[in-house]
Design a protein around this ligand. Sequence first.
Ligand code: NAD
Ligand code: UDP
Length: 318
Amino acid sequence: MNVQKTVLIPGGAGFIGANLIRKLLEENHKVIVWDNFYTGQESNLTEIISNGNFKLENHDIREYKEIECDVIINLACPASPPHYQKDPIYTWETSALGVLNLLKLAKKNNAIFIHASTSEVYGDPLEHPQKETYWGNVNPIGIRSCYDEGKRAAETLATDYMRTYGTDVRLIRIFNTYGPFMLPDDGRVVSNFIVQALQNKPLTIYGDGAQTRSFCFVSDLVEGFYAMMNLKTSPGVPINLGNPDEFTISELTTLVGETIQKEIKLDYKELPADDPTRRCPDISQAQSILQWTPGVKLKDGLALTVEYFSNVLAKRQV
Ligand code: NAD
Ligand code: UDP
């Protein structure tokens, strides 16, 4: 089979990248990863390093660099609140300056530019579920702002490149996604709860656990990215990708307990500032434009993720 497209994936050594790259290689695309290993790790890509269609380069997107490619899928940015808040100025530079560098490269190559935006652009939403037409309710000076406003700035830059230079820009607003290749100490709720339960520790609930999220299993998200890449032309507007089944964080603790078949203990902690109260995607655009609907139920995705983390933790003990 002929190699189809050369796809550059900044941030490809992280959680979503590790899953997406496997799909692209299976489909016979050539993949080049740029990553500075801020939250990603080479070990996520171990068995594909030797694949002739794959190349991994240590590069920080805050610096401009040139390479030939047909498609850029930008995943580079720490995604977990503890990681993106650790150095907020770094997060902002990566989100805004890094994206500007990649847009310059996309323009030079006449490449498709797919960008991992986020449901955080809606902030603590006053509209529910969130449609792409909703402008959001975002604190510009809070502890989440480096990420939320950085991602909003990136959407602005990309859309201005589309309007000014005709760059083929495709924005994906990802809602909470989980699955294999998350870091055990990533800090996001699904990985925290599973790792805590497997280690017989109490599950840390921030606030009263009544806040909601809608959890998408990563294989579904990858199919959505692939459908976006294969569209003949840009949809011209951002598209939500996420699973519309909404759960409270308390419900998630119960489901994790049922999956691991253990009695779960809870440790209530303070709710961090600006933590969104409700979140659920309206996916009607993804359904009509990409013909995409997520298929993996939370119960089934959790079982696969528990299996993954059990193996990771077992290896650590050896
Ligand atoms: P992740 O932290 O696992 O991966 C991010 C990757 O980007 C890592 O490999 C990291 O080393 C790399 N990176 C960070 N800064 C960089 C820089 N300056 N230059 C080069 N590489 C850099 O996170 P993830 O969950 O895989 O998320 C990937 C993308 O999807 C992120 O942009 C994130 O904002 C977005 N997103 C993810 C979710 C989710 O639920 N997973 C939700 C919304 C948006
Ligand atoms: N959360 C929690 N315990 C944890 C980690 C997170 O209760 O150990 C909560 C967090 O306050 C938020 C929700 O779970 O309300 C989702 O958090 P996550 O960091 O996964 O994603 P985000 O807040 O960015 O959606």
